[in-house]
Design a protein around this ligand. Structure first.
Ligand code: GLV
Ligand code: MN
Ligand code: MN
Length: 386
């Protein structure tokens, strides 16, 4: 889609993949693009208290039909996760406008802030703040890997963090939310499907403390090396998840100070667990304690985010599967739609992913499937807004 092509170079890391994170320069460029594109379609853009962007076609809410997604990426992310939903929404608006269609209810395209949690660690930051699922004091104090707080980053991007928090007026404007997204596994063998459920999932930080020391002079029996219990957790995560029909991933591990010839004094690792995640973590925490004690280290385990299983609105699902003659499918991926679903009737449309690869530079969707996604979204929006 040509709209997505506009974004091809924004935040692209030299080694491939995108680095577009909440309130950073690349994300700001994406937001400017969104404002410009919304303006071309005659939509009025506002930023809400939590840094989410709303482009209104006509007067804002109540009972608005809202569509959209996010523009940030995971570190090293692909081109489709997030931007596809936003670009498809804008393209669908163009098609409806070309047909002289006027929505009979308030209508908006939304861009949620920091959906991936790639910078500040908590996913769906904008939608969690909007709905009150994330405490604003906690949010303001979140730090990025360079130590900058979310409050400071948001402030620099022109969003006053003192206004963060549950936004009842903003929430009451939403009557229905529909998010289009690239499918992220190999669960769809036709161009477009309708979301049924989102798997429960969460993120935990395991922080190990030992004794920093010299790699050459410290005899093995004197070491208190926190990398050893950290390594045990990486292996145990796979072992335990496989016995519990769960997913467990360690995608980030930070030894400090981080020198090749230095036994680290601390190691932090982040676990992403999905499906029976709290049971997985309970067992893993015991394994971590045992491994830490064996090495003379300590460990603390902190839950950084959690989302229970979400089932999308059954009546809306039935309506969309009937309208589009499309299959339903569950997903293991988190979405802002899953946060909104506790508050308003919410649905998701997925566009086929031929390889199943996502959260990686190779993430892909065929042009023809992207086009079918736009056509399906336009149909859904037309139907739901009359
Ligand atoms: C977001 O895409 C997630 O599932 O982590
Ligand atoms: Mn994602
Ligand atoms: Mn996404």
């Amino acid at each position: 889609m040509s709209l997505l092509d506009d974004l091809a170079d924004v935040g692209r890391a030299p080694g491939g993949g995108y680095a577009r994170h909440g309130f950073d320069h690349a994300e700001a460029e994406m937001r400017d693009w969104f404002r410009e594109q919304a303006g071309r379609r005659g939509l009025d853009v506002e930023t809400d208290r939590n840094g989410n962007l709303w482009a209104w076609w006509g007067a804002p809410g109540p009972d608005a039909l809202v569509t959209g997604s996010h523009l940030d990426s995971v570190p090293g992310g692909g081109a489709f996760d997030g931007p596809l939903g936003v670009a498809s929404a804008l393209e669908a608006v163009s098609r409806l406008q070309d047909r002289k269609f006027r929505p009979a209810r308030p209508f908006a395209v939304v861009v949620f802030a920091e959906e991936e949690g790639g910078r500040f660690g908590v996913p769906c930051l904008g939608s969690r703040l909007l709905t009150g699922a994330l405490d604003p004091d906690r949010a303001r104090a979140l730090r990025d890997p360079d130590g900058m707080t979310l409050a400071e980053a948001a402030g620099r991007a022109g969003v006053d963090p003192r206004h963060f928090g549950r936004d009842d007026a903003g929430l009451e404007r939403i009557g229905t939310f529909v998010e289009l997204h690239v499918e992220q596994g190999r669960a769809l063998d036709v161009p477009v499907g309708v979301g049924s459920t989102v798997l429960e999932h969460g993120r935990w930080r395991f922080s190990f403390t030992g004794q920093g020391n010299h790699a050459g002079t410290t005899v093995l029996r004197d070491r208190r090396d926190p990398m050893l219990p950290a390594a045990e957790v990486v292996l145990a995560a796979r072992r335990i998840a496989s016995t519990m029909d769960a997913h467990a991933t360690v995608g980030r591990l930070v030894p400090r100070p981080g020198g090749t010839n230095v036994i680290p004094s601390t190691v932090d690792l982040w676990l992403d667990a999905r499906g029976n995640s709290r049971d997985v973590v309970a067992e893993l925490a015991e394994a971590a304690e045992r491994a830490a004690a064996a090495e003379g280290c300590t460990v603390t385990v902190t839950e950084e985010s959690y989302g229970d299983t979400v089932t999308f609105d059954p009546a809306l699902r039935d309506r969309l599967t009937g309208l589009l003659n499309a299959p339903e499918l569950p997903t293991g991926a988190g979405h802002d739609a899953a946060i909104l679903a506790a508050h308003v009737p919410t649905a998701m449309l997925y566009v086929r992913n031929p390889t199943g690869i996502s959260h990686a530079p190779d993430e892909f969707a065929e042009d023809a499937d992207v086009e079918e996604g736009v056509v399906a979204l336009a149909r859904v929006l037309e139907t739901l807004s009359t």
